[in-house]
Design a protein around this ligand. Structure first.
Ligand code: ATP
Ligand code: MG
Length: 256
């Protein structure tokens, strides 16, 4: 049984069909890649899965439940986490607070709205701090845990956003271009982290223009072009698919 099932999803913006009857599945425990030239509809698909936008028609099933019209917060409570194409961290908060903010849904009450004098809050906050530091350590950010998030370079802010998404302990993690703006060594580290996530049972759906990275980490790749799904399969087959090559050549944006 697929963890996520997209059925005939269509979304238009001012007459532009960003997605045109797209159907695909993401199997639990797998890493699925989503590629396609600029404007293909990749981020739109993620907005529909995470609930930022609603489709014009079609269905989204997560763990067999129809989530098509659920609000974003309900979807995240069900286990869907995401990062955005444009980095979204709280610049004025410290690095570790950004990660802890991702946990507060799971903790008893809010970390920030209860008084710190309550002993159980202190305990849960200590646990949260420990867990947040472990996540930061795995992303190579522990040395910066007390820095203000806005002081981090762009690539590190992207990793931090990933850390906050991981703190939510999602079952399905949607990553929209996590490698963009990262240095080569950060990209290598990111690939390792993503492979580790799968070992821990997190299913990953990743949009990425960095072909080397996505072909290496993904079990399966889906290709969008002008809102349509034009190919799907193992990375080595998609790489050789002439329809895919044509789509990239005509659009002239083969990524890196
Ligand atoms: N909010 C919006 N209003 C109007 N048009 C939009 C909106 N969001 C997306 N579009 C259009 O929908 C199409 C798909 O956009 P989308 O952002 O999903 O592409 P993408 O595959 O993520 O591209 P990129 O690789 O550049 O991020 C594009 O033609 C885009 O201009
Ligand atoms: Mg996009």
């Amino acid at each position: 049984m697929s963890l996520l099932s997209i059925e005939q999803l269509t979304k238009e913006y001012d007459g532009i069909r960003a997605l045109d009857r797209v159907s695909l599945k993401v199997e639990g425990g797998s890493i699925k890649g989503l590629i396609g030239p600029n404007g293909a509809g990749k981020s739109t698909l993620f907005h529909l899965i995470s609930g930022v936008e609603k489709p014009d028609s079609g269905k989204i099933l997560f763990k067999k439940r129809d989530i098509t019209n659920m609000e974003s917060h309900e979807r995240s409570a069900l286990g869907i986490g995401r990062t955005f194409q444009t980095v979204q961290v709280w610049g004025n908060m410290t690095v570790v607070e950004n990660v802890m903010a991702g946990m507060h849904r799971r903790l008893k009450g809010s970390l920030f709205s209860y008084g710190l004098w309550l002993p159980w809050i202190r305990t849960s906050e200590k646990e949260a701090l420990k867990e947040a530091k472990e996540i930061l350590n795995s992303l190579g950010l522990l040395g910066k845990w007390e820095s203000t998030a806005s002081q981090l370079p762009y690539g590190k802010q992207k990793l931090l956003e990933l850390g906050r998404a991981l703190a939510m302990k999602p079952q399905l993690l949607l990553l929209d271009e996590p490698a963009s703006g990262l240095t080569l060594s950060e990209i290598e580290q990111l690939s390792e982290r993503i492979s580790e996530m799968r070992q821990k049972g997190v299913t990953v759906f990743i949009v990425e223009h960095h072909m080397g990275m996505v072909m290496e980490v993904a079990d399966e790749i889906a290709v969008l072009h002008n809102g349509e799904l034009i190919a799907e399969g193992k990375p080595e087959n998609v790489r050789r698919n002439s329809v895919v090559m044509e789509a990239y050549l005509t659009r002239g944006s083969a990524g890196k």
